[in-house]
Design a protein around this ligand. Structure first.
Ligand code: F0G
Length: 351
């Protein structure tokens, strides 16, 4: 019997590895492409969700991290470091365990979801909470990797992008061609850069007949690319994309321009509405930042920007279990019943 081997083995000829590269993997990738019934009805399109929360540590970061840790291992690194809003650190911590490396993590104090903090802790990472935002953490991580024996595994490391581009390959392999539109949440802007690279490579080699338009969505309180200027004090409930000065800003603009797409913003209210729709009507539980792609698609549809009949893929980037507070908040508290069928049936509305 065969299982999915992880993105490096599955796409070896398209990644910067050699036969002697020591592959560090948790069998990431091979994630579900789920038809979205309600979103398809609402838009008159064929909408699919690329469910990246199904990766080993619960987010798309694993695709980049298998590459980054593999290459760090190959180069003899003993320790890695990252700045993170939570998911990168969870992923780095897990892959560092596999590689027998020390993992250092810098996170913005008080601004990462509990599930992600728990992951970094249980995998034994050395965590510092920085009195600053993600952008400050990244500056600090770059400084430390420049001056101390520790390898940087943020998406400014180009092999991260190489790993993450495999999500675009999987989508084309599954659909038989690229979608017409690809929709993503945008934070540090590494992922939109990676998907665009993947789609371009497959089109150049004739595996896809065309390339999609890339649509990216930032949270309104953290929308530097939309505004055209750095946001000094970014805010949003979608803590994963609470970033005011994205490292891959220029590449995100290139993806948008070259593909004929756009980058827009969605409010926290729109994000939460999409978050609840995904869970309650599509059966897909994602973290709030992930819902920014779907919120963006719905916003674009309301603005008349979505012609019917197109194939659209929305990446939902992280698992809902990472940040369950938003699922519980505002929901009615379940009632307590005695061990009694008649009462239970009555309370369930069955009787
Ligand atoms: N969605 C989730 C769940 C994320 O964790 C991130 C980024 C993004 C979207 C945005 O992707 O940065 O490539 O544009 N999280 C990073 C982290 C910043 O540290 O985990 P991007």
């Amino acid at each position: 019997t065969h299982q999915w081997r992880g993105i490096i083995e599955e796409y070896r000829d398209r990644l910067p590895v050699s036969d002697s590269t020591p592959v560090v993997t948790l069998r990431e990738g091979g994630t579900p492409l789920v038809p979205a019934q309600v979103l398809s009805e609402r838009t008159g399109c064929e909408v699919h969700l690329k469910v990246e929360g199904a990766n080993p540590t619960g987010s798309f970061k694993d695709r980049g991290m298998t590459m980054a840790i593999t290459r760090a291992k190959e180069e003899g690194a003993k320790a890695v470091i990252c700045a993170s809003t939570g998911n990168t650190s969870a992923s780095a911590a897990a892959y560092a365990v596999r590689a027998g490396m020390v993992c250092a993590v810098l996170v913005p104090q008080g601004k990462i979801a509990l599930g992600k903090m728990g992951q970094a802790l249980v995998h034994g990472a050395k965590i510092l909470q920085v009195d600053g935002n993600f952008d400050d953490c990244l500056t600090l991580a770059r400084n430390l990797s420049d001056n101390y024996p520790v390898a940087l595994v943020n998406s400014v490391n180009p092999v991260r992008i190489e790993g993450q581009k495999t999500a675009a390959f999987e989508i084309v392999d599954m659909l038989g061609d690229a979608p017409d539109i690809h929709v993503l949440p945008v934070g540090n802007a590494g992922n939109i850069t990676a998907y665009w690279k993947g789609y371009q490579e497959y089109a150049a080699d004739g595996i896809a007949r065309h390339k999609p338009r890339m649509w990216g969505f930032q949270a309104s309180g953290s929308a530097p690319i939309v505004r055209g200027e750095v946001v000094k004090d970014p805010s949003t409930i979608a803590t994963a994309i609470r970033i005011g000065n994205p490292a891959s800003w220029k590449f995100a603009l290139a993806a948008k321009d070259e593909s004929g797409g756009f980058i827009d913003e969605v409010t926290d209210r729109e994000i939460l509405r999409a978050y609840r729709l995904l869970a309650a009507q599509e059966g897909v539980f994602v973290e709030p930042a992930s819902a920014a792609s779907v919120a963006g698609l719905l916003k674009a549809a309301e603005q008349g920007k979505v012609d019917p009949g197109q194939t659209i893929v929305c990446t939902v980037t992280g698992n809902g279990l990472k940040d369950p507070d938003w699922a519980v908040a505002g929901a009615p508290q379940p009632v307590t019943v005695p061990v009694d069928a008649a009462t239970a049936a009555e309370r369930l509305g069955l009787a």
